[in-house]
Unconditional design. Sequence first.
Lengths: 132, 132
Amino acid sequence: MKREILETKMHEFVEYFHVYDHAKAMDMFAEDAVAHHFTGEKWVGREAIREATRGYFAKEFGEVFFDVGRVDVDEGRNILWSQWVMKLTKDGFTASIPGVDTFEFGEDLLIIRNSVFVKSTKPLTVTTSLVQ
Amino acid sequence: MNSKQLEAKIHEMVEYFHTYDLDGLIGMFADNAVVLNFTNEERIGHQAIRDLLTPYFNKEFGEMHFDLGRFDADESTQTVWQQWTMSLTGPDTVSTFQGVDTFEFKDGLVVRNSVFVKSVEPLTSVAPIEVR
């Protein structure tokens, strides 16, 4: 799929965040889409993603704005990577969080997989003991 | 480089990690390469990148292993995205982290690398809203 098409879809998705149109943002996902949040949570299906993202669209964390930076596209795999700084403005302060999204699109241009990663001084760590 | 050649570069790089060959790894970076690690610290140039990575190669955090996940490549920008799970094995425990590296290549060398991770505590900078 061509770069221009995928970039347009990504900007459309971001715009729905900026205008708090939860329904249209969710319509961009396939019914059985999988989303991996930066916290490590995994949401399977459009309805699970809708429920999990409700807080952003209800402004629970403040006004949300994505300042999108570099975008890369794997045209052969219908995959787009976008780097961004998410800005959450609430109570007179803006919290800026740098991160990255990857979107995999189906042939029908719906998102079938999304995963988010962030910068952090405390990566999610799973530690297991080797002592019997 | 095409996607296959870019992927081969990633495998070469990972092999240097697994064999603790820091010289080999550093040789894959351009003299003035920029590295942004997962904490968003910026290192520029061979020596600074070497300093950043030396503790890993000295096994200060344990035995290091990368299990590679999805690989995506944007041939037009010579940029790759490689997802991974890193394991650090100490005497009594093994800790795993999930992340993604992006590498931008020029003339076969890495000119820019940025690392992102999964985390419940994303790096956040907070500033008061500017009053105009």
